[in-house]
Design a protein around this ligand. Structure first.
Ligand code: PGA
Length: 316
């Protein structure tokens, strides 16, 4: 299970705590104009409905994850009935549907803004907000129940790598997510039905997606391998190291959730990705895209990264 051209390349921009609403509007306008120009020359037409994933060309999907306060810029540009060329992601969400959780954001709040992806368990949240592996699993499940695609981040620190613990760490971080998903899928398979605890009170607009994730042929899961030592340091992992981790992750998912889910799973590399090194990752075994921080803030460098991904995608 290595080369799977049917998996769309996924290029995700993680803006972290950068850009105001006004700056986001400006960036979105420029990005849209540039993507329109690309899609007109692309071999495959752009997606024309909100049900379809936004595909830039061949097999490249672009997602931008601004801060919560700037999410509103997306619907201003793409009301429900307008074709869109890039998807919207959030950088975090809470694991409960609502309640007394000051300062938190729920899945329903994200859906209202047109969010379709959500980053879960980024190493900065694990480090600064003490997010545990269990919390990451709960959040991932809550995202799926609401029809959002979780981008689950995992990765080892420099010390853990030096101690030869990389795979142990990846497995420790992934295990609760995989166990929760395996439980849900097995229950569904055993009963043929979906028990209430795996469904969520989602807004009507998202009802169609409810329960879809419990079908191994429809489950959309993204895992981002982001070694902590490579994030924001300029010291990117080599494509070979990233491929080794990605292959390990896909095998772990296959073991826990079966071959169908594992072959649909998209695995991203993240950590100091730039226009100069992106192609190496996209050509590497088992890597389906990238999660890009710093280099996505500048529109010119982000467009170059997307363009390189498109070339690799089209060459496949
Ligand atoms: P970076 O961040 O590209 O700035 O290293 C990546 C990330 O944290 O997702």
């Amino acid at each position: 299970m290595t080369f799977a051209p049917e998996r769309k390349r996924l290029m995700v921009a993680n803006w972290k705590m950068n850009k105001t609403l006004a700056e986001t509007r400006h960036y979105f306008r420029e990005l849209l104009a540039a993507l329109r120009a690309v899609s007109q020359t692309a071999s495959q037409p752009m997606a024309t409905t909100h049900d379809a994933a936004p595909v830039l060309s061949g097999a490249v999907e672009v997602v931008i994850c601004p801060p919560f306060t700037a999410l509103a810029a997306y619907r201003e540009m793409f009301p429900e009935d307008v074709p869109y060329l890039f998807a919207l992601g959030a950088q975090n969400m809470h694991m409960r549907p609502s309640g007394a959780f000051t300062g938190e954001i729920s899945a329903a709040m994200l859906l209202e803004h047109g969010v379709t992806y959500v980053i879960i368990g980024h190493s900065e949240r694990r480090q600064y907000a003490a997010e545990s592996d269990e919390a990451v699993a709960e959040k991932s499940l809550q995202a799926l129940k609401n029809g959002l695609v979780p981008i689950v981040c995992i990765g080892e620190t420099a010390d853990e790598r030096a101690a030869g613990e990389t795979e142990d760490v990846l497995l420790r971080q992934l295990r609760p997510v995989l166990q929760a998903l395996a439980l849900a899928l097995n229950e569904k398979a055993a009963s043929g039905e979906t028990s209430d605890r795996f469904l969520s009170a989602t807004p009507a607009s998202n009802e169609a997606k409810q329960g879809r994730w419990l079908d191994p042929d429809q489950l959309e899961l993204v895992i981002a391998y982001e070694p902590v030592w490579a994030i924001g340091t300029g010291q990117a992992a080599t494509p070979d190291d990233a491929a080794q981790a990605a292959t390990f992750v896909r095998k772990a998912v296959e073991k826990a959730l079966g071959a169908r889910t594992a072959s649909r799973l998209r695995i991203l590399y993240g950590g100091s990705v730039t226009p100069d090194n992106i192609s190496g990752y996209l050509e590497a075994l088992n890597i389906d895209g990238a999660l890009v921080g710093g280099a996505s803030l500048d529109i010119a460098s982000w467009l170059t990264i997307i363009e390189r991904a498109r070339r690799v995608g089209d060459a496949r």
